[in-house]
Design a protein around this ligand. Structure first.
Ligand SMILES: CC(=O)N[C@@H](Cc1ccc2ccccc2c1)C(=O)O
Ligand SMILES: [Mg+2]
Length: 368
């Protein structure tokens, strides 16, 4: 396989409703897509950056710039011909994992389409469908939250995740437990909003039999999470802190995490995500697949990843209509709380041409 060039394309996808977290409120998804064109096939990659560096240090325009200025020219110079070579040839550039992940994903998709292999097959998937969890934003009132949670439970979601922040944590969790009972699989995600000084307050969540508390402290505070884990009995799950197999190994060794939210974009790609899965399984740590409100392209790859054996907890892999009225690809629908793993070559989906035209805000062709 020989790479002929990459297309960088920005699409803007409105969300069905504002999504509020401890780091802000999003009303649309500005997605940077990468299309790899090779002599035998084409492949798609999705960069999961937000428009601003508020979830992680990366942001969409920065990812585009680092791809154009450093990463893509290096892939051309190294005459990269498969996905395994992408990470290797880019490793001397520090960080920019979401940008690197999108390029690797596009090359992997092209390679797999040419070889007639699916993402799930390539990554080692063992399931034909995966359980679907849903992430519920911070709301203005408790009644609004209970309506939203009721709607998702009626839709069949098998796990509810509530975004929390100081001032919106114990009360919403208690309200959901009182309204929907103790059997609902329930977890919370703070997106780094607390400090170790909040430990006693966070320990109040132990009364509600949560599956986990996700990323309560800031990304760099691995020791703080280990300290917190000694005070709070609910399992601590890391998201932002886990940026590679190396940081995953350190967090496990230090007792900072007993569950890991694996997000391929955050860790540098689907191949590194598989390495973290393997490491976690070897250490008896359950993992689940996180979400970055991807289009159907990233969603297809996440479903494939979530079909690996160590993904024993429902992920943030919701149906397309959780966030989008119309997806870039044919919609992912949930049946009996599960989403089917695609079996076609590569991602198994492609963008719908009309949707791509309608949603595109910019496109640029970079030839080899
Ligand atoms: C589904 C979920 O909670 N995802 C991330 C955070 C997140 C939240 C809001 C987002 C808005 C636009 C784009 C990506 C986003 C990611 C998380 O697990 O921490
Ligand atoms: Mg999270």
């Amino acid at each position: 396989m020989k790479i002929k060039g990459f297309e960088l394309r920005r699409v803007s996808m409105p969300l069905v409703s504002p999504f509020r977290t401890s780091f802000g409120t999003q009303t649309e998804r500005d997605i940077l897509l990468v299309r790899a064109v090779t002599d035998t096939s084409e492949g798609w990659g999705e960069c999961v950056t937000l428009p601003d560096p508020i979830y992680s240090p990366e942001y969409a325009d920065g990812a585009e710039d680092v791809m154009r200025r450093f990463l893509i020219p290096t892939l051309f110079d190294a005459d990269v011909a498969d996905a395994n070579a992408v990470g290797e040839s880019l490793k001397h550039f520090k960080g920019h994992r979401m940008a690197k992940a999108a390029l690797e994903m596009a090359v992997l998709d092209a390679e797999l389409r040419a070889g007639g292999r699916s993402f799930a097959r390539e990554l080692g998937g063992v399931r034909s469908s995966v359980p679907s969890g849903v992430s519920v934003g911070i709301m203005d009132t408790i009644p609004q939250l209970l309506d939203a949670v009721g709607g998702y439970l009626n839709a069949g979601y098998v796990r509810i995740k509530l975004k929390i922040e100081p001032g919106w944590d114990v009360q919403p969790v208690r309200a959901v437990r009182e309204r929907f009972g103790d059997d609902v699989l329930l977890q919370v995600d703070a997106n780094t909003a607390y400090t170790l000084g909040d430990a006693r307050h966070l320990a109040k969540l132990d009364a509600f039999d949560l599956l986990l508390i996700e990323q309560p402290l800031e990304e760099e505070d691995v020791i703080g999470h280990a300290e917190l884990a000694r005070i709070v009995t609910t399992p601590i799950c890391l998201d932002e802190s886990i940026t590679s197999a190396q940081t995953a190994a350190a967090a496990i060794k230090l007792g900072a995490t007993s569950v890991i939210n694996i997000k391929p974009g955050r860790v540098g790609g689907y191949l590194e995500a598989r390495r973290i899965h393997d490491l976690a399984v070897a250490n008896g740590i359950p993992v689940w697949c996180g979400g970055m409100i991807e289009s159907g392209l990233g969603r297809a790859a996440n479903v494939a990843l979530a079909s690996l054996p160590g993904f024993t907890l429902p992920g943030d892999i919701s149906a397309s209509d959780r966030f989008y009225r119309a997806d870039l690809t044919p919609a992912f629908v949930m049946a009996d709380g599960h989403i089917d793993v695609l079996t076609g070559p590569g991602l198994g989906v492609e963008p719908i041409a009309e949707m791509l035209d309608e949603l595109t805000t910019s496109t640029e062709w970079i030839p080899a």
